[in-house]
Each structure stands twice: as C-alpha cells, then as structure tokens.
Design a binder for this molecule. Sequence first.
Ligand SMILES: Cc1cc2nc3c(=O)[nH]c(=O)nc-3n(C[C@H](O)[C@H](O)[C@H](O)COP(=O)(O)OP(=O)(O)OC[C@H]3O[C@@H](n4cnc5c(N)ncnc54)[C@H](O)[C@@H]3O)c2cc1C
Length: 299
Amino acid sequence: MYDIAVIGAGPAGLTAAIYARRADKTVIVIEKEGIGGQMAHSPRIENFPGYPIISGNELACKLSDQAEALGAVIEFDTVTAIKNETGHKTVVGEYGEYKARAVIIAAGAKHRTLGIPGEDELNISYCAVCDGAFYKDKDICIIGGGNSAMQEVVYLSDICKSITVIQNLPCFTGEKKLEDKINASSNVKVVFNTVVEGFESDNGEITAIRIHNTDTNKHSILPTDGVFVAIGHAPENQAFESVCKLNELGYIVSDECCLTETEGVFVAGDCRTKMIRQITTAAADGSIAAIAACRYLDR
Ligand SMILES: Cc1cc2nc3c(=O)[nH]c(=O)nc-3n(C[C@H](O)[C@H](O)[C@H](O)COP(=O)(O)OP(=O)(O)OC[C@H]3O[C@@H](n4cnc5c(N)ncnc54)[C@H](O)[C@@H]3O)c2cc1C
C-alpha cells in the first residue's frame, strides 16, 4: 500500500510526486504513455521560469529524475478506474491494481482532432517534434492558430520548404512573440478565416486539403505534402467518473484547492476545470494537490 498514487507523469503529476516525497510519503506515479505528458511534444519552451529556452523533453527528464531521486516509483500502466474502498483507494490499471491511501489525478489532456472524413485513415500528424523530420524540404500545412500551433510553425519553418498556416479565426490566439517570429519567416504563409473541409489523397498519401474561406465564402484546393493539426486539447477523464464530477466538456470539477467530491481523491493540472492550462499552472496544481493529500493523510 502506497501513501499516494499519482495518475499521470506530466508536470502536474511529477511535481505532486516531488512534493509528496519531500513530505516523506510513499508515492507511485502511474503513467500510460511517456514521461512529461504534453510538454514532451514541445520543441522549445520559453516561458518556464528559470529556463529561458528548454525543450519539453529535457524539462520532463529533469522533473522525473528529481522525483525518482527523491524515491518516487514510476510505473507504466493505463488507469481504467479508481475504487473508493474503506481506508484506501484501489487504482485499477490494465496490468495491475495499486492500493493507496490517497490519489492525485493528473491525467492532463489529449490533442483534439478535426473530426472530418479521412482523418483517421490518412497520415495526419499531431506532433511536430515527433514527425517533423519526415517533412524535410517539403510543403506542408499546419492547422490551428494558438500557442501550440504557433510553436509548431516556428519549429517546422527551419525544416520544411514552405508552410501554410490555416486558422479558422481572423487572427492568431497565441503569444505575440511567436506571431512576430512567424511573420518574420519568409517560408510561412498564413491564411485566416479558413476551415478545412476535407483531404485529397493518392494511395493513402495526402496530396491536398480542401478549404473554405468563411469570409469570402470561397472554396479551394491547396496542394500539400503533409498536414499537422494543432487545434487544442480535450480531457480523457472517463476512467475517473465514479469518484469525480465531470463538467460538460469532460474536465474534473475542482478549484484552486484541487479537491474532488471524494475524500482522499485530489486533482491537478490540465484535466481539471481551470482558466489557464500551462506547465507552470500544472506544476502549481501538483504542489497544491500534494500538500492537500499530505494533510489528508496526516489528519
Ligand atoms: C505541443 C505543445 C506545446 C506546449 N508548449 C507549452 C509551453 O511552451 N509552455 C507551457 O507552459 N505549456 C505548453 N504546453 C501546455 C502544457 O504542456 C500543458 O499545459 C501541461 O503539460 C499540462 O500538464 P499536466 O501534467 O496537467 O498534463 P499532461 O502534460 O497532459 O500529462 C498528463 C499525463 O497523464 C497521462 N495519463 C492520462 N490518462 C492516464 C491514465 N488513464 N492512466 C495513466 N496515465 C494517464 C498522460 O499520458 C500524460 O503523460 C504545450 C502543449 C503542447 C501539446
């Protein structure tokens, strides 16, 4: 039996593990995919205090090294349920069950899809760091206009021959600094007020996207070698529904105290209802949830 089981090894979960270990609680972190969560997909993080520029992977490694050096156990498994039992919780994974006196859910969020025909069958990419090298010297499109999309544009503009950014709104919604970099890139063209309607392909390879300019009502076909989609994220909290209330978008309902409706179950980071979803706010939540969990255990 562990004192605390943390679900998710993103910045929220790893920070929670660091705080809980420093309070001398035994901690297991259960992660279904890879260390670092979403930030591991970010080529350059430029807004994490203390690091003017750091890759998401490097920051993830630093956090997990710190948590493990303090004695946190990291286990790879997908959590499918949490059982609230007398005196403890049982975290149910695909490969095993983990008993803990308290649980911190830090399950983050996953990329959104466009929801148009062909998206599942064709080779669409959702991660510039992972797939960028496949498109060296190619002409590509990036769909989206927030911070994640803008980071991908900046990163891929050094690799690809040309980039067309397709944004459904009349402007970018991310940081001004990123926008300035994009505007300064000679191989990037931005198309605002435009939505993707479909894909053209040949032998399973994308050859073009069908777009619709909602301002001019013009439909057109844009040839491309590849498509990257970066249109935001959605939570995957169904596994926790028996112990937490979810809002209409699927986020776990909570506030800055990181409590859930079940005693001994806490929530941190992007998976909960909140205004700002960033690495700093996820880490802040991780510390708050860990302190709350330690107080719960020490009552
Ligand atoms: C491309 C990209 C670039 C970004 N750049 C920046 C940036 O520059 N600055 C910034 O501040 N923010 C950035 N963000 C946002 C930032 O990464 C997130 O806000 C932050 O990672 C949220 O942390 P988290 O720990 O709450 O969740 P996540 O990072 O999503 O981590 C959650 C973890 O939980 C795991 N998990 C989920 N469900 C289960 C389950 N059932 N069982 C076991 N494990 C589970 C997931 O696999 C994941 O590893 C970026 C995001 C992306 C996608």
